[in-house]
Design a protein around this ligand. Structure first.
Ligand SMILES: [Zn+2]
Length: 122
């Protein structure tokens, strides 16, 4: 498994998205370049009051720059739900969950199987 890193600026953007959508969830697709996650695409139509279960039906063209996903948990629980674990493998290998109140202490990374891992911030 190669090392995976994320730009500080992108992480801050994810925190800001979480805050701006609270108490609703957001879902973003993470784009990777040269081993660093540095861009996102907001998933259309996924910003809503729905729970993660709605992500099951989410469809977007994915390509080799797609690293995985990031989404918020307004409840503050920073662990994948059953719906998340069904959704993760469809989108990529690396998944970030950001819990309220959306800061450095409330985000974690997971592999598609739900195993937590540490993502380096650069
Ligand atoms: Zn979730």
């Amino acid at each position: 498994m190669p090392d995976i890193r994320i730009r500080r600026e992108l992480l801050e953007t994810l925190f800001a998205l979480g805050k701006s959508q609270h108490p609703n969830e957001f879902l973003a697709i993470l784009k990777i370049r040269n081993g660093i996650i540095e861009e996102l695409e907001l998933a259309p139509g996924t910003i809503s009051g729905e729970t993660s279960a709605s992500f099951d039906t989410y469809m977007m063209p994915l390509d080799t720059s797609t690293a995985g996903s990031a989404h918020s948990h307004p409840s503050g629980a920073v662990r994948p739900s059953d719906a998340d674990l069904r959704f993760f493998p469809k989108i990529g290998r690396y998944h970030i969950i950001i819990g309220a109140p959306y800061n450095d202490d409330t985000w974690r990374c997971f592999h598609a199987n739900g195993e937590p891992f540490v993502m380096e911030v650069v």
